[in-house]
Design a protein around this ligand. Structure first.
Ligand SMILES: Nc1nc2c(ncn2[C@@H]2O[C@H](COP(=O)(O)OP(=O)(O)O)[C@@H](O)[C@H]2O)c(=O)[nH]1
Ligand SMILES: [Mg+2]
Length: 443
């Protein structure tokens, strides 16, 4: 998702390993590299400059403490700066009821797909709170043949109510849709609109009229992340002409640059609310600055993993993992249960992007198979260790390692590889702890 940025950050941070003090020269070098990484990720020049102006004073004169690695401490400063730059997403998008939601954007940006995703999301959230929401989707995209049918098909698949107005003209259909939703007592009405390939005045004018009729509680702008910087300009124009409350960035699964996700807030002065990460209605998540920053900096995203895990894993398993994190004390035992969890979470290709150090990997099928073999291997090795060894792997000496390797049908180098990987994970957890991420784990 942020392959370019995370690869760049990984290598630039390594450069600072072993430094004792952040001199001006070092800070300048770091900032230049961050700048290059941002530009390469398609972040507009002015936005990159603005970020550096915020980052610089946080680094200059920063005391590096002895206990922790220099590069980890620097990474933490950059991480905090990115989170603050992306903006705190605490704005209230709880989607009060009843409310209408207007979806706008250019043709092909993903509006119709996104509507069902939002509806699905609202339904799931309500369900989690033990509530039932009546949600209706409708379309006034009468320009493209089959555009309305497309919404109907998507909605049916996701078991969301769909309404087709008998009216054939956009504004009268809008009035009809609003009155239908009102009469039937829907909690949310989501309205799909037409886009054009390029912005034109007719489209903007029609949207203004539509907005006046629908009086949406929330207007959401859908942007295709693959369009890069250009989509920021599109958002600015829509915002000036129509106004919206938040953005949704689609096709993040195919975008390796991530510049729009980084720059949106700064350019448009509105938050991003969701990101689309695939074509199915589940391929959708809240845009959370902390997670996004974690992915950009290749710190992995155990949090996203945690959220997915929540739906699939028994409460006790979760509690154990949570404790390991809050303790900031992560043992091979925890690692073993985490790998076991991964087994329950689905294919590795999906998980890889959430794992520390793996975020910047594009896995092909062969690599996924390879990865799954590695996980099996690690689990076999851990199974032939004693519990004490899993808790305090430092006690493993050469002969024990040999025995363990034999017991698991592996080589000693496999055991060493596992231990290295584990150590990386442990450092990552320590870093998370520094950032108070244990708190995030719960929200
Ligand atoms: N990979 C991927 N494809 C998406 C995503 N969102 C939409 N699409 C695809 O983008 C294309 C255009 O989407 P559509 O919803 O019809 O766009 P609209 O013209 O704005 O309504 C379709 O092929 C969708 O399947 C996403 O998050 N990821
Ligand atoms: Mg459409």
């Amino acid at each position: 998702m942020f392959e370019r940025l995370s690869t760049a950050f990984s290598s630039l941070i390594k450069r600072f390993a072993g430094e004792k003090k952040l001199t001006i020269t070092l800070v300048d070098e770091l900032l230049t590299k961050v700048h290059d990484a941002l530009i390469d990720a398609d972040v507009p020049y002015a936005v990159a400059e603005k970020f550096l102006a915020e980052l610089r004073p946080l680094l200059v004169g920063k005391q590096l403490s002895h206990g922790l690695k220099a590069e980890e401490q620097i990474m933490k400063v950059v991480y905090d700066a990115v989170v603050s730059f992306l903006g705190d997403n605490t704005q209230n998008f709880a989607m009060t009821t009843p409310s209408s939601i207007l979806i706008m954007g250019l043709q092909g940006s993903g509006k119709t797909t996104t509507i069902t995703k939002v509806a699905h999301y609202l339904q799931r959230e309500a369900h989690k709170q033990g509530k039932k929401r009546k949600i209706l989707v409708a379309s006034v995209d009468f320009y493209r043949p089959a555009a309305v049918d497309q919404l109907e098909i998507n909605a049916r698949k996701a078991q969301i109510d769909f309404y087709r107005s008998p009216e054939k003209e956009v504004l009268s259909a809008s009035r009809d849709i609003v009155s239908y939703a009102h009469t039937k007592g829907y909690d949310h009405l989501l309205v799909d609109t037409a886009g054009r390939l390029h912005i034109d005045n007719d489209m903007l004018k029609e949207l203004q009229q539509l907005k006046a009729i629908i009086q949406p509680r929330y207007s959401l702008m859908v942007l295709d992340s693959m369009m890069g910087q250009q989509s920021l300009t599109v958002a600015e124009i829509f915002h000036a002409a129509i106004g919206f409350d938040a953005g949704i960035l689609t096709k993040m699964d195919s975008d390796t640059r991530g510049g729009v996700a980084f720059a949106f807030r700064s350019v448009v002065n509105k938050p991003l609310l969701f990101i689309g990460i695939g074509e199915r209605s589940e391929d959708f998540e809240l845009y959370q600055p902390k997670r996004i920053a974690g992915r950009m900096l290749n710190m992995g995203d155990l949090l996203s993993l945690a959220e997915q895990a929540e739906e699939k894993i028994k409460a006790e398993d979760r509690k154990k993992a949570e404790e390991a994190f809050t303790k900031g004390h992560f043992t091979l035992d925890d690692f073993a249960s985490q790998l076991a969890m991964m087994g329950k979470l689905g294919p590795l290709s999906r998980l890889a992007q959430y794992m520390p150090g793996m975020g910047n990997m594009q896995l092909n099928d062969a690599q996924v198979r390879q990865g799954e073999i590695v996980i099996k291997k690690y689990r076999a090795i851990m199974n032939s260790m004693t519990r004490k060894e899993r808790l305090v792997p430092a006690i493993l000496n050469a002969s024990r390692k040999k025995r363990i390797a034999q017991g698991a049908g592996m080589q000693v180098q496999d055991v060493n590889e596992l231990l290295t990987r584990f150590e990386q994970m442990q450092q990552f957890v320590k870093l998370m702890k520094m950032g108070g991420m244990s708190r995030m784990f719960k929200n």
